[in-house]
Write a protein that binds this ligand. Structure first.
Ligand SMILES: NC(=O)c1ccc[n+]([C@@H]2O[C@H](COP(=O)([O-])OP(=O)(O)OC[C@H]3O[C@@H](n4cnc5c(N)ncnc54)[C@H](O)[C@@H]3O)[C@@H](O)[C@H]2O)c1
Ligand SMILES: [Zn+2]
Length: 357
């Protein structure tokens, strides 16, 4: 079984049983709690329970599935359940789920009684390659993503490829966007490898390689003072599109779908402002369009998107800040983008022609 060292905690891959039981035993915890959402309670909890030496020795906290649960109301719900169950400071919270469960569970645990231990067992591709690694916890307010949160590292992360078997194809594609991003910002060879892989079902080697990239970046810069900002490529515009879609669409975009659209706009800005060669920009855009198609953005949304970007956490002194690409595999941080430039990139996105195969 592979293992990586992160910021003072291990990340275990595949065949997690022995390590997980060992971790729980060694931690000498007074109690442990498992946080699931309604889907992971069905698809992932039975498998996890099978692996545990003490199969029934925990209390279960279950939330609704979906981004709406990443809210202060659900967080209060978790805190209250921990209080009702009598959780003391020596308790452990196991977050079994996608990024919503790991972000919310991490936040609830990092603040309950000034912080109790938590571990992540990520069950979506997105949470395996991204959300579970790096210690960002958080909740949304009024569709402002992750606006409240902490940097708190889990005590361990257990990545089990088997969980992905029940994950819907659309959620696989969502996680894939972050994997493509990892190649674009830090590893041109990985981007090439992804080109020649079965992306409908990324194998555990691809997952591992993606975590290696993310882990290297966050280990070098745990609190996002510099290098870590490269992970935000596609996210300034992507988060705005995601928030917009959450508010306006009956079937909102997944995080990855929104980030894919954001990466297209920011690839355009990279070419305009950061020296990304035209052919590289075209290659990125063609690839992303062929996987994700196009989200209908028209001029009426630009002002709203701009207003959302103005509230982005990454802004400095009221200026909107993007992480862009100088080449495939090389990112540059702290590119201030004007309203006009951002608007141009949205217009460019809208003008792209895409014919589904
Ligand atoms: N902390 C970070 O660094 C970080 C990084 C990236 C994303 N995020 C956050 O992660 C969130 C998105 O995470 P996500 O894409 O995992 O979404 P999610 O947690 O909503 O999961 C997506 C869907 O898949 C279901 N699901 C989960 N595991 C399953 C399984 N094994 N089988 C079947 N269904 C399953 C869930 O119930 C849900 O319906 C966003 O809130 C985003 O902001 C955080
Ligand atoms: Zn992301």
């Amino acid at each position: 079984m592979d293992k990586l060292e992160s910021i003072n905690y291990p990340i275990y891959f595949n065949g997690i049983t022995a390590q997980l039981n060992n971790f729980i035993e060694k931690g000498n915890y007074s109690r442990f709690f498992i946080l699931t959402d309604e889907h992971t309670a069905i698809h992932c909890l039975p498998y996890l329970q099978e692996q545990l030496t003490n199969k029934d020795d925990f209390d279960l906290i279950e939330i609704n599935a979906g981004e709406e649960s990443k809210s202060i109301d659900f967080c209060v719900g978790i805190w209250k359940m921990l209080i009702d169950f009598g959780a003391d400071r020596n308790s452990l919270l196991i977050n079994l789920g996608g990024g919503v469960v790991t972000d919310l569970g991490g936040f609830a645990a990092s603040t309950y009684k000034r912080g109790i231990d938590f571990i992540h067992i990520p069950t979506t591709l997105l949470s395996q390659v991204d959300a579970s690694v790096g210690g960002k916890t958080g909740i949304d307010i009024d569709n402002l993503k992750n606006i409240i949160g902490t940097f708190t590292q889990p005590k361990a992360v257990f990545i089990e490829h088997a969980f992905l078997k029940t994950l819907p194809a659309r959620q696989i594609k969502s996680g894939l966007a972050e994997m493509l991003k990892h190649g674009l910002i830090a590893d041109a060879d990985y981007w090439e490898l992804l080109k020649n892989s079965d992306l409908n079902n990324p194998d555990s080697n691809l997952v591992y390689k993606s975590v290696v990239i993310k882990n290297k970046v966050v280990t070098e810069d745990p609190t996002e003072r510099g290098l870590r900002k490269i992970l935000n490529f596609g996210h300034t515009i992507g988060h705005a599109i995601e928030s917009y879609s959450l508010e306006h669409d009956t079937d909102p975009l997944t995080h990855g779908e929104a980030i894919a659209a954001g990466m297209i706009c920011e690839a355009y800005l990279s070419h305009q402002k950061a020296g990304l060669p035209l052919e590289a920009m075209q290659e990125i855009i063609e690839r992303l369009l062929s996987i994700y198609g196009k989200y209908p953005l028209d001029e009426s949304c630009y002002t709203m998107l701009n207003a959302i970007m103005k509230k982005d956490k990454k802004n400095q002194g009221g200026k909107i800040n993007c992480s862009l690409l100088a080449q495939i595999g090389v990112a540059v941080v702290d590119n201030i983008c004007t309203d006009d430039e951002l608007c141009e990139s949205l217009k460019y996105y809208s003008s792209l022609t895409y014919a589904p195969a």
